[in-house]
Ligand binder design. Structure first.
Ligand code: PRP
Length: 180
């Protein structure tokens, strides 16, 4: 598959939405000493970079890495693994988990359970995208960019076989097994 992904959400639409989310988050956290933004690698790195720079409240940035998909052509199995942990204890911190996409919800469910056990002062979630049709567990996202249909999306951090992550827009690709 070599064709360019078809545009689903434009660069301009993403920019506007990230600014709106940033304004909302800044308002909600205005009385908080520090927002501890926790990006989920790898997909969230661009959303986190942009979101963190539009906040007007003090914030720190850290990363966590989880593994859920064996390959781009396999669906989520629900098996989630922590492959990189945060550097600092989370006790007493206002943690904002930043994801690129919530699909089945297993990754976020695992992450919230794991992080809650570390006794943060608060624990909220931001995700650029969500596929409501794919959700298998009851997860609510505090700051959501866009809901999208059940398509394979790439760009703005999301990949297909490690390709297309740095596209400035969200696009749709059609993996070969889907086309056949
Ligand atoms: C994606 C995404 C989420 C997860 C969501 O990560 O970044 O972390 O899948 O899926 P779920 O809701 O079905 O659990 P992926 O495993 O593709 O890794 P990547 O971010 O490194 O590309």
């Amino acid at each position: 598959m070599t064709e360019q992904p078809e545009v689903l959400i434009t660069e301009e639409e993403i920019k506007k939405r990230v600014q709106a989310l940033g304004a909302q988050i800044s308002e909600d956290y205005k009385d908080v000493e520090d927002v501890y933004m926790l990006g989920v690698l790898r997909g969230a790195f661009i959303f986190l970079a942009d979101l963190s720079r539009v906040l007007t409240v003090p914030r720190r940035v850290d990363f966590i890495a989880l593994s859920s998909y064996e390959s781009p052509s396999t669906a989520a199995t629900g098996a989630v693994r922590l492959v990189l942990d945060v550097r600092a204890p989370l006790r007493g911190k206002h943690v904002l988990v930043v994801e690129d996409i919530v699909d089945t919800g297993y990754t976020l469910q695992y992450l919230l359970r794991t992080l809650q056990a570390r006794e943060p002062a608060s624990l909220k979630t931001a995700s650029l995208l969500q596929k409501p049709d794919r959700l298998e567990v009851p997860i609510s996202i505090d700051y959501l960019g866009f809901t999208i249909p059940d398509k394979w999306v790439v760009g703005y951090g999301l990949d297909w076989g490690d390709r297309f992550r740095t596209l400035p827009y969200i696009g749709v690709v059609h993996p070969p097994d889907e086309v056949a």
